[in-house]
Design a binder for this molecule. Sequence first.
Ligand code: ADP
Ligand code: ZN
Length: 723
Amino acid sequence: MSPRTVDVLLPLGLDTPYSYAVPEGLDLEPGDLVHVPLGTRGMIGCVWPGGGSAPVDAAKIKSVKAKLTFPPVPPDLLQLIDWMADYTLAPKGMVLRLALRHGESPGPQRERVGVRLAAGEPSRMTAARAKLLAFLADGFVRGKGEAAREAGVSPSVVDGLVDDGVLETVVLPPEPAAETPDPTHAAPALSDAQRLASDALQQAVAAKAFSVHLLDGVTGSGKTEVYFEAVAQALAEGRQALILLPEIALTQAFLDRFTRRFGVKPAEWHSGVASRRRARVLDGVAKGEVQVVAGARSALFLPFTDLGLVIVDEEHDPAYKQEDGVCYHARDMAVVRARFARAPIVLTSATPSIETEVNARRGRYGRLALPERFGGAKVPGLAPIDLRKEGPARGRWISPRLAQEVGETVESGGQALLFLNRRGYAPLTLCRSCGHRMKCPSCSAWLVEHRFRRRLSCHHCGYQAPVPEVCPSCNTKDSLIPCGPGVERLQEEVQTLFPEARSLVLSSDLTGGIERMRAELDAVARGEVDIVIGTQLVAKGHNFPGLALVGVVDADVGLGQGDPRAAERTFQLVHQVAGRAGRGAAEGRGFLQTHMPEHPVMQALVKGDRAAFYETEIAARQEAHLPPFGRLASLVVSATDGHAAESHARRLAACAPLADGVRVLGPAEAPLAILRGRHRWRLLVRAPRGFDLSAYLRHWRAAAPKVTGNTRVAIDVDPLSFL
Ligand code: ADP
Ligand code: ZN
């Protein structure tokens, strides 16, 4: 008799599962994680649905070694993995890997040890021992570390008293991964508009069915407040909720708000969480003990077993798109997971992506609008400053009018924010003597000077070098000069213009990590800074009550570089930044420095006419058959040898299948022609809406010549980046 077999998918670059024999007495279900032999090693894999019947040579087949005690992958997640692999063309095993906590194993649970008072007498008494004994006099058990910390003594004092028999040790139960949020802890009084939206969302949760809602509200309208009510509904029904945030590492403020509403913090899930803690969260999610997870895009792959609600906060944020390895958009995949889990999903934004806006217009997504700020504060308008007519002097970036407005704001005790989406001191360094430009040795990109760190750095590959004293090309001393502004250089200008004002640069280059960032953001919120100079980092979700003025230093950055999403991105960023101002008592004001005030995006921003922006942009996309009115996929062929990349790209283009309405553009050298030492050639596929692009790409890939050497082809379905 041939042995029972199962299909096991391994977290490797493979599309199909392998068959393994099931040992006598072992019961395996799809989703179970198992240890299997592979080559000379062992590996963790996932029992895949649909296997088990293939006749396999009994002598050759290897056998499952063991079933792991890890939580199994739930059915909706198995479906998501299948669906994503099919849609993105990534190997199924690599998608599975996203769900196996990035392939790392959690390791054994560390035992927690507590201490309490016992009968013994201390061999000697010291001040520290007396302090600790006084703290433990009530006879309660305390964690060892906690006891030392709370009593203000070193852990060795605890150990000493344990050795003397004065304290005894007790094994404590493992700490819960998260405490249980209380849906009734501090329910807010909602405005009428908020109530309408929150009722609709609560009904969607109660319906226990798949639905998509766009919670569309201006910045400060209380979107968070409203979706918390949907979370409360899920909690009241004893179900789980997932909240995706674009940049969780910076959203301490979000965790605090959640705590105020529900009494405890949600479980956090992102790369900054220690792996042991992540293992506990994962376990808690699988067992249903963790009810709410707030996390980055990878939280999408957690083994929720009773998902009652998914929220994608700031759904338009490009941070949701993952661009290496498995290329996927976490917002879109969240919708897919919600569909498989039969759960409602809520997308929130003050500036929805064109895709989502069109879905709402077509009625595929329900729209819940919050047109006004809570408490009646006004979203500031933006006054244009035409840089062609009233620009600053050469080598300066703040126009006289903006400078005057900032000065007046600070004088009257308000805060100002200057927004420039360029990190560092200067985007280009060149030699005054020979014109040489400092470039990255492995990318076709200029090196950006970072003056705080005294280095030149490549923003694409992370290469760094000190600023040389002589020009590397002509050897002239002290001839290198910075060109163009970055936030650090802007601060220099601010310090010259307003020597009395307290200024602060906020960008992702801040040394000191997340902790420092949180501290700085708090300082701004407390009013300890007069002028904030920030990159897109400041556009996201922060609440600065004292902020009265926002100046967009260069609204044109990013526009006109052949990126079809540049207009949308500019609109979203500037709108979000402007939304930071005027949240508190002071009325907000905004200024927009631009060389093209007549550009439709600038016009829409100046008039505060969001509808006009969407009209123009949607019409333009429709006209050009761009998403969501057509579909795109990009193929980037790269190799260390430029000719190899180019010739493979050409052979690939030559064997593109013919299909009605499908056009293959290129190959063309990528705008970022060299990245990390690899030459890059791009192909772009344009297809009609509703066309099965994934199937097309699959046919194409099957017919394509084999790649040789280190040539690679990276496929990105629904690309956001065109670099
Ligand atoms: P959004 O997410 O739309 O930008 P928030 O949810 O951050 O808006 O709300 C903006 C501010 O208004 C926050 O400080 C929030 O606490 C406050 N707020 C909104 N709605 C209410 C409410 N119903 N009761 C009390 N405060 C509210
Ligand atoms: Zn580089």
